[in-house]
Ligand binder design. Structure first.
Ligand SMILES: C[S@@+](CC[C@H](N)C(=O)[O-])C[C@H]1O[C@@H](n2cnc3c(N)ncnc32)[C@H](O)[C@@H]1O
Length: 252
């Protein structure tokens, strides 16, 4: 879901790249590889557990150009390690409670003329599997988080491309573009593991993890039934994902 942003960014050898909302660091490692031995990549994430997992996965002694820091981009002045030449972000910016503050931090963390490429979800209708999973899970686990409304943070908070442009412009970026990009998420033909993977990555994840084992089993089975329409037996799952590729630069 980040390939288009990676292509647009085209990290150059020697560059310093920031990965915002890096999760467990897979894309940060790709960025570090592109930046080569003279470059560096820093992954930043709010979640201490994600950063700890990324550090375990990519230890410093074997990945000298790679760093992971825990920080909330909505509250820090700049990400430690700034200034960067470019910022990458895969499916994270729409989760910020104050995205203008988050984007302003990103802009302050870039050098003049630095570039940003990010991906975020388009509307829910372009990502139907996410609703299938929530509908399946809901009757079997405790209360799900309230559905985000309007501009509230959540998977679809950046569905309106006009809002994405306004947020980035208010954060101090220029030449903002927001382009649709469709991908098919492929997964093996393994009903329960795929159902669990999709439950875990979506808004029902926390309620699912807190549920009793028998409730989790029922939730997985129900989600798997609703995901059948995306499954080709013996081949696997093909889940359509509708994404915005968002690009921008800082004023030179
Ligand atoms: C859907 S995950 C995507 C993770 C990773 N980019 C990937 O594609 O695998 C979104 C990530 O953004 C992080 N995040 C959300 N708000 C953040 C903030 N204000 N500051 C830093 N990270 C944030 C979350 O902790 C989470 O790890």
């Amino acid at each position: 879901m980040g390939a288009a942003a990676m292509d647009w960014l085209r990290p150059e050898p020697g560059e310093r790249i920031l990965d915002v909302g890096c999760g467990c660091g897979g894309t940060t490692a790709e960025l570090a590889a592109a930046a080569g031995p003279g470059g560096a990549a820093v992954g930043v994430d709010l979640a201490e557990s994600m950063v700890a997992a990324a550090r375990r996965r990519f230890p410093r002694d074997r990945h000298p150009g790679l760093r992971f820091v825990t920080a909330d981009i909505e509250t820090v002045e700049a990400v430690p390690g700034a200034p960067f030449d470019a910022v990458f972000s895969r499916m994270a910016l729409m989760l910020a409670a104050d995205p203008v503050a988050g984007c302003a931090t990103i802009r302050r963390s870039l050098r003049p003329g630095g570039r940003l490429a990010a991906t975020v979800f388009r509307a829910g209708s372009a990502n139907p599997w996410l609703f299938a999973v929530m509908l399946g899970v809901a009757p079997h686990v405790g209360p799900l988080p309230p559905l985000p409304m309007g501009d509230e943070p959540g998977p679809f908070a950046f569905a309106d491309p006009g809002r994405v442009r306004r947020v980035l412009t208010a954060g101090g970026f220029a030449d903002v573009t927001v382009r649709p990009y469709d991908v098919i998420l492929e997964a093996p033909d393994e009903r329960e593991p795929v159902a669990e993977w999709l439950i875990e990555m979506g808004p029902a994840g926390a309620a699912y993890r807190a549920a009793a084992t028998s409730s989790q089993e029922a939730a997985r089975a129900a989600a798997a039934r609703l995901l059948e329409r995306f499954r080709e037996p013996g081949v696997g799952y093909r889940l359509p994902a509708g994404i915005w590729l968002v690009t921008a630069v800082t004023a030179p």
